[in-house]
Write a protein that binds this ligand. Sequence first.
Ligand SMILES: [Ca+2]
Length: 441
Amino acid sequence: MSVLASNLPDLSSSVSPSLMFQQPFRDSQQVPMRAQISVYGALIQGTAPEEAFGGSDGAKSIWENALRSSAERLHAEPKKIIIDTDPGIDDAMAIFLALRSPEVEVIGLTTIYGNVYTTLATRNALHLLEVAGRTDIPVAEGSHVTVTFHLSIVSAFAWKEVWFDSLWLLFSKDNLVLMDMVSTHGAASFMILREKGTKLRIADFVHGADGLGNQNFDPPKGKPIEQSAAAFLVEQAKLHPGKVTVVALGPLTNIALAIELDPEFCKNIRQIVLLGGAFSVNGNVNPASEANIFGDPEAADIVFTCGADILAVGINVTHQVVLTDAERNKLIQSNGKFAQYLCKILEVYFSYHQEVYSMGGVYLHDPTALLAAVNPSLLTYTEGAVRVQTTGITRGLTLLYNNQKRFGEVTEWTDKPTIKVAVTVDAPTVVKLLMERLMES
Ligand SMILES: [Ca+2]
């Protein structure tokens, strides 16, 4: 019961003030629904197959057959994935790799700021699908600002409602002064959060000003769909319950918004495989923080604690996977369509790695996370609750509780759902798969 109950986003101890003061308004109607889901889920989970089928051998074999056939079906059908992306040179590699992987079916791309602003991420996503000849895949544009800013808008409206309701109900001089204070406080919070929410970290110095190696490709002909990324994620998860995997390759704003939009999203989604975090190693934005988590730490904390099946691939793992200069030369010499395209855009990425890491190769962050969704057995994992620091000099730090001590005190990790965190990776196989699939394109 407690496991399922903790599946639901618990923002009460979240560090963001906007989330805290939004809580009473947002949750007033949702708690009963969430409680029902928890009880329902616990009943299902707590019921052994024998009991469910009355305990007879015949019933047991029906159960086993049903399990077997559903497992076979799962194996036969490619895994449906939605790639949440900020293209981005290594995003481009991951998207092409996904399109060349028969184990997965890409049912959509959703876009987010990170390597570039969201508008350019959308343009690049559409462009990459046109290069691949896959304009049948929809692109849904994601958030232009962090989750904190979104929630502060909701909060501002909530304050306004309180202000007007109270004004009508308690019309007196004293209360007007009080209400004035409330509205001033609300507006001030809104301005602070707005400032925080719109100040984005954009890594165009890693991927080029256009996000794709300064090639200035022609604008795409296609357009994104009308739906927002969060609405698309919620809709697809609902349409195919338990079947859709999100591969999140940028800051986690869209995923957090999907969780906010639909409390059942975490239940409907099959898995969230995300590139993010620096577990027990230095970050790559600063010693504390990895770029995708640093992009929206509040969103990351919402996602890590939402209760969905989550697999986090951090830079402690992706820094073990390198595409060398020699391998790039092999790509150049191949006739693969995707390999040829990528070689045009890779120069900027190689230069950046040479400059800041003094290495003759590039880290394969996004392709490694993508391959974790394609074949999870390429990596090994540990499991535990992960929280994200949202303030101070360690903003964006991801901290995994390794369950080695039972703390006497209640901590911010207590009763939070656990996630899988990648520990090791079969790097040679990841590189081999990438090379083969791109060269044969
Ligand atoms: Ca990315």
